[in-house]
Design a binder for this molecule. Sequence first.
Ligand SMILES: [Zn+2]
Length: 453
Amino acid sequence: MGRGGQFRKVSVMDQRDAAARDLQASPSNDLRILCIWALVGCCACLLAGLLLDRTLAGPTAPTARTYAVLPEASDRIRSYFTQRNLLYVGGTVWFLVGLYACIRFRLADRALRLSGVLVRHRFLAACVVWVALATFVALWTLPPAIISTAIERSFGLSTIGPGLWTADRLRDWALDLIWAPLIGGAWLLIHRSPERWWLWLGLGLVPVGIAMTLVVPVVVDPMYNAYAPLRNERLRSAIRTMATKAGLHDPVVLESVRSSRTTKANAYVTGIGPTHRVVIWDTTLRRLPDEQVAAIAAHELGHYRYHHIWWGLGLYTIGGFVVLKVLHSTMPRLVRVLGGAGLDDPRSIPVAYLGLTIVLMIQTPAAAGISRVMERQADAYGLALCGDGDATARAFASFSKTDLAHPDPPRALVLWYYTHPPLRERVARALAFDDIRSRAGNPSGLHVNGLPH
Ligand SMILES: [Zn+2]
């Protein structure tokens, strides 16, 4: 009797433990925990963006002159801004719904059945699932891409024809397929080292990141656009003079043909080592006077001088480890919530892709905050280098005409995803630079703010 009672007691306790475990591992509990972590992650990244905005910001109160150079947003700018942001939100929701549909309708299972590849051939199975997923994503994202081009066209910003538009989509899809062997390797790693895969994969991402940064400017970018050395002799000589003052040895400055796609203006710095270069779009060269293009080039030389590409690579490495560790910790719960095989099964690739998309969305404010810090550094350096606050201010202000950029976007949106400070702030800072310089009696501009020269 006593023994029987003891057994019954143990049995009841076992049942309670099992029930507690079941409850802990139940999909609804997993979903609740994932939502709490997503919320905590969002708040932490927003706070990081907010704190980063306080570094290097300084006083930027706009004056009457700021508004004379950069007027308030016109109705056209506001309308474009609204449509783009609605598409951003709608496109994001559409993308997440598509990935969810992929998981619910077992795209991975169907792809494997169709190809005849067995799940236990993990590498090959992961390649097949990735090709199916990349193809689905390419097709699923066609409607937002069409709407995006329609918006650009309706505002007179797009010049792309249907042939080039289709070729761009095909190129994007083909480049996504190239990742298949890496995805296959990743799933082998997840299977062989279930506890440490995030660490090995993070280490593997370092050479991949360096190789991509090195190769993309000379292999991938020319697949889309034509590049040539800057033809404008006067401008080239002005940029070279600035580069020498900045201590840079003959940086590569290229012009890129973008007028076959857009009327927007832009410039950027890319590559590392032998592929490091400043690229100015032909639309910028056509639409802006030389002194304003020089001011933009000075900003890009600032990125060059501060080694922002290397900083970007370093942060990408650290961020990569963090994202992979977060995925390592959360993926088992997400797999349980959405149903399906374990994480090491190649059929879980769509779930992992959804998880990665959500984690990358959550980290957006932190990444954007870091980018804004770098842009402010480049702005300050560019101003000191070219020494022309007025031309710099007018160059920044021109983006509200050429790109219909909103001069005063809502603070919440800036915090969420703006990679550059708002135009009003940039113009105000550039105009203030001239005032500070004239007060300091430093016409060259090159020793202002203690910046290197
Ligand atoms: Zn920049």
